[in-house]
Design a protein around this ligand. Structure first.
Ligand code: CS2
Ligand code: MG
Length: 399
């Protein structure tokens, strides 16, 4: 079997998605997600101009060799653009291999380790009544766990809250405002109110979105201990992996990190020193199914679990790959699932199901996702940026 074509399809059914389609001389095709929110066209160029020509004529079954060829052969290793491009190739080749085998991808990853995949959904509100309504809505949809994000008194636009657009469709980035002291004062009271309203058992998650120093993160983790969070996510920018030592010394609140990581080396200290409890990378941003499975196996040595990143900017192709992995790996933790628009579902018909808060990849051979290119053509790319965060004095802060 030989690859005869590798094409990049950009479509924007509500938000931009970048998809790689690989075609073989035996008519079997594979799909891979290459969406990098806010920098999509960089990955398009990387794939279209530098990778696709190298794939034509190669054997699609040689997934590991192709991965190593693209990773080591580029010389300039790692980084979100490179690894999203390599991920798309890796996933498309796994899609092809599983289709040829006539098996859903999870069967090639060791088969099912569970019956279904537990998810968590997003609930946010500018104030408590709005937040409570959102939690109730997620509970009504069956979510077994819920991430809570809230406005902060005195701030206009805050990450994760309805008016804080995730992928602002604008000429330039929306500007959100931030005040760490106000946030640190406010969040514990929000968690206490949610616990009082919804009880002690509902698994609650919160995403600090990289905004705290290690000592501020330590303080917040400690302040939230009475509310028994399932996790506190991205509590501090974790490129400084050693910073998590300080946090871990002061709090037992479980920690989740890694959605912006694209290499196992980004996690090395965090995992070997057990500084975190969940690894958050997505298939799309970590180089594909092949390296993400290796990360999960590495994390398992330290009793750390998977928690694949799954917001709306991971396409149904990337989501399907994640769900196959989630079903198969032993140290599965939880899967983020924000769902997609109806238009996205029409562009990417898929076999995976979301039922009462749990996902299943389905039994279709391969990933179980198709790309309707006619439908995709109706949604041309639109420039879109992620917001930028500024402190009250105008200083750029982590978003
Ligand atoms: C967030 C993401 O889902 C999460 O945990 O951190 O929504 C993140 O803000 C977006 O993926 C950025 O594109
Ligand atoms: Mg996050």
């Amino acid at each position: 079997m030989k690859i005869v074509d590798a094409r990049v399809v950009v479509t924007s059914p509500g938000r931009n998605f970048v998809t790689l389609r690989i075609e073989t001389d035996e008519g079997v095709t594979g799909l891979g997600d290459a969406t990098l929110n806010g920098r999509e066209l960089a990955v398009v160029a990387y794939l279209r101009d530098h990778v696709a020509p190298l794939l034509v004529g190669t054997d699609p079954h040689r997934i590991e060799d192709t991965w190593q060829y693209l990773y080591r052969g580029a010389y300039w290793r790692r980084g979100p653009v490179t690894m999203a491009a390599i991920a798309a190739v890796d996933v498309a080749l796994w899609d092809i291999k599983a289709k040829v085998a006539g098996l859903p991808l999870y069967q090639l990853l060791g088969g099912a380790s569970r019956e279904r995949v537990r998810t968590y959904g997003h609930a946010s509100g500018r104030d408590l009544p709005e937040l409570f309504d959102a939690v109730r809505a997620r509970l009504a949809e069956g979510y077994p766990a819920i991430r809570i994000q809230t406005g902060v008194p005195g701030l206009k636009l805050v990450y994760g809250v309805r008016s804080g657009a995730l992928s602002a469709r604008s000429v330039g980035p929306a500007v959100e405002d931030w005040d760490t002291a106000a946030y640190l004062r406010h969040l514990p009271a929000v968690c206490e109110a949610v616990r009082n309203e919804f009880g002690p058992d509902l698994p609650l998650l919160h995403d600090a979105h990289h905004r705290l120093t290690p000592s501020q993160a330590a303080r917040l983790g400690k302040d939230l201990e009475p509310y028994d969070l399932f996790w506190l996510e991205d509590c501090t920018p974790a490129e400084n992996q050693e910073g998590l030592r300080l946090v871990r010394r002061h709090t037992t609140t479980p920690l989740a990190i890694g959605e912006v990581f694209n290499s196992v080396f980004d996690y090395q200290t965090l995992v070997t020193e057990q500084l975190i409890d969940y690894v958050r990378s997505s298939v799309t941003h970590f180089g594909g199914v092949s390296p993400l499975r290796r990360l999960f196996d590495f994390a398992a040595l330290y009793q750390i679990k998977s928690a694949v990143h799954g917001p709306e900017d991971i396409s149904p192709v990337g989501m399907a790959a994640a769900i196959h992995l989630d079903l198969a790996v032993h140290n599965f933790g939880i899967q983020e699932y924000a769902g997609h628009t109806e238009a996205t579902g029409a562009v990417f018909p898929h076999a995976y199901t979301f039922t009462d808060g749990y996902l299943h990849p389905g039994e279709e051979p391969g990933l179980g996702v198709e790309l309707d290119e006619e439908a995709a053509a109706a949604y041309p790319y639109e420039p879109a940026y992620l917001p930028v965060n500024r402190l009250q004095d105008g200083t750029v802060h982590d978003w």
